[in-house]
Design a protein around this ligand. Sequence first.
Ligand code: GRF
Length: 208
Amino acid sequence: MATLKKLGILLSGRGSNFEAIADSVKAGRIPAEIAIVISNRADALGLESARKRGLNAKLIISKGRVREEHDAEVVSALKDAKVDLICLAGYMRLLSPEFVRAFPNKILNIHPSLLPAFPGLDAQKQALDYGVKVSGCTVHFVDEHLDHGCIILQKTVPVLDSDDEHALSARILEQEHIAYSEAVRMVVSGEIEIRDRRVVRLNVKGPA
Ligand code: GRF
């Protein structure tokens, strides 16, 4: 049997996307293991949850540190854990170019909008304020620009007249949990390839 791919998860907060991935790994929906979970914040609920699950959970505090220095420590922890793929799961830090270059096409992120619309912070509020009728989430490879890398998959949700930021965020989050596991599975199973900016499914005849 082929050895399982190793995942590294980076988070800063609640950690619900991490939990969705961890549940999928446990249930065998993602053929991988979680080798390390790193938080840059001591108070991240996701860090606590990783510890409770018995995972290798590490705190590398970013506050008050130069980005490049902090990133170098995170990169070295990920390399020590021999990760094959890194999932940013609510990691509220911009990665330095050195970090991104250390793991080319091996870092994924999830963003709560249909990119390229509404990159950056408060994506759900941006969508509401703009007045779009459909929003959703995007799982993409991370490159050196914010919320910009090649798109692996997107899920859509309707924006209802009655929505506030909370209601829309909750509807999107439900889809995030499904989308992230699906995307991680596709990447670790080698089902996709990047052609220019397009991520395409391999060996898939007709519409996927
Ligand atoms: C999610 O909405 C994700 O799209 C964004 O940050 C939020 C993290 O939530 N990048 P959680 O910590 O995974 O619950």
